[in-house]
Design a protein around this ligand. Sequence first.
Ligand code: TYD
Length: 200
Amino acid sequence: MFIVFEGIDGSGKTTIASMVANELKSHGYKIFLTEEPTRTWLGEAVRRGIKEEKNPFTQAFLFFADRAEHIREIKKHIERGEIVICDRYIYSTYAYQGAQLSPSMGLEKALKWLETIYSPIRLDPDVVILLTTSPLRGIGRIKNRERRESFERREFLERVQKIYVYLAEKYGFEIVDSDTSIEAVFEKVKEILRKFDIIP
Ligand code: TYD
C-alpha cells in the first residue's frame, strides 16, 4: 500500500502524514514514513538547487535523480508488506515545475514533458490525498521557517495549487480542505482511509 500526501507549502501535509503514520501503527501496520525531497545527499542537492534558484530544467532533473532512487527504496518497503506514506511525490514536480516551466513552454507542454520523463520509473500510489489551503494562509504557517513572504511567492503558490486541482481531477486524488483545524483535517483523512478499507 502506497499513500501520498500533496499540497502547497504550509498546507499541513507533514503534520497530517505523521498523524496518519501513528494512527496506522496503532492498527498494527508496519509503516515507512518518507518524504521528497529525501534526506539523502540527492535530496540535499535538490535543496541546494532550490536555494540557489537554479533554472527550472536543472531543478526538474535534480528532483528526478532524487526520486529515481527514492522510488527503488519505496518499492522495497512495499514488497516487505509495509504501508508507505510519502510526503510529496511526482505530483509535486508536475505542480511546482509545471508552474515554473509554463512561462517558457506553456503548461500543457510542460506537463506532458514531465509525465513523459517519469513514465519509465513511475510507481503509482494507491491513494493520493491533496490538502488545499489559501496560499496566504499557507505562507503564514511557514513564515517562521524563514520562507520568503513575497507577493510573487503567493502568486506562484496560487498557480501551483491550480495545477494540483487540475491533476486531482485527472488522476483521481482525494481533496481535503485544510483551511480548518488539524483535527478536522485528520478526521476527513481518516474517512478516506476507511473508504479505502485501510482502517476499520
Ligand atoms: P518541502 O516539502 O517544503 O521541504 P521541507 O520539508 O524542506 O520544507 O519541499 C521543498 C520545496 O520544494 C517546496 O517549496 C516544494 C518544492 N518541490 C518542488 O518544487 N518539486 C518537487 O518535486 C518537490 C518534491 C518539492
